[in-house]
Design a protein around this ligand. Sequence first.
Ligand code: GDP
Length: 327
Amino acid sequence: PNSKAGDGKPRLMLMGQRRSGKSSISSVVFHKLPPSETLYLETTTRIKKQSMHSFMDFQVWDFPGHLDYFDPQFDVDNIFSEIGALIWVIDAQDEYLEAIGKLNETILNLQNTFPDINIEVFVHKVDGLSEDYKSDTFQDIIQRVQDELSDQGYENAPVSFYQTSIYDHSIFEAFSKVIQKLIPQLPTLESLLNSLCSNCRIEKAYLFDVLSKIYIATDTSPTDIGSYEICSDYIDVVVDVAEIYGWPDRPAQDEEAEGQQQEAGNNNAESLITMERKGNNYLYMREINQYLALICLMGDDSPADKKALIDYNVGVFEEAMAQVFPR
Ligand code: GDP
């Protein structure tokens, strides 16, 4: 219900004041720009629609002080009727009272017009803050928004808060949570991943959007950021190689420099399958469709000769996925 446009992709919009970090976030997450290079980015101006090779669809909307976005020159209905989540970026290293004023105004307007849109507040650039200051700032922002909402009689507005930075994985983690709320099939995906894990003694399985490295689902065992990092780094290795060979006709992957790697018999010419040893772990990756890949992390007790079992179970998973997300 939240992906309202015809192609069924979850739609996100990024808003916030100038210099809050919107261009940086979209460049780091969707264009793999190294975070330090965002210093040289041009700031966002007005609306940028981005179409990209991703499971989700994404727009960045700048909201400089002088610009009233409820101004009739913007087709507000058209814009907001399409999105599932509005991500509001607040620079935690800067004065934020004005930003919160605008945010509150926006939330109240949306509650009247599009109450189904999730409002996701990224308290951003927390990397530069001390632990104490960081949590005080975070609590203060939450309090100011919630006070205003309850004053106006909106106790249950769909507003969530995250602490983010482009200098670590927090921005990917936050995006993952935002996206997961927009996927009606999430419980199905989670139970498919759970049974895959228990059938093959996999420790952790993620369904990644390959381009952004945002995970759209994982099994329901506790998530730790370490396994996310291992899996997300693995995508970089594999995708770099895949890019060398070009998209969309990816041939089976060539030998990788790192670790030992075996090629699988590949029934589906387009789907890439690899398994590799990484330190004390085994990593298994399989492309599921043009946007998504399954990545599994297994302990040392899962020797490579278990691969046939895994291939079989992943095949079952892939068939179930095709039902969930028809190609
Ligand atoms: P926009 O106007 O909202 O698009 O903001 P920009 O993306 O142009 O970012 C403004 C500045 O904030 C740039 O110099 C970025 O390098 C910096 N920036 C963005 N994200 C972060 C972050 O997570 N941490 C820190 N320390 N700086 C950031």
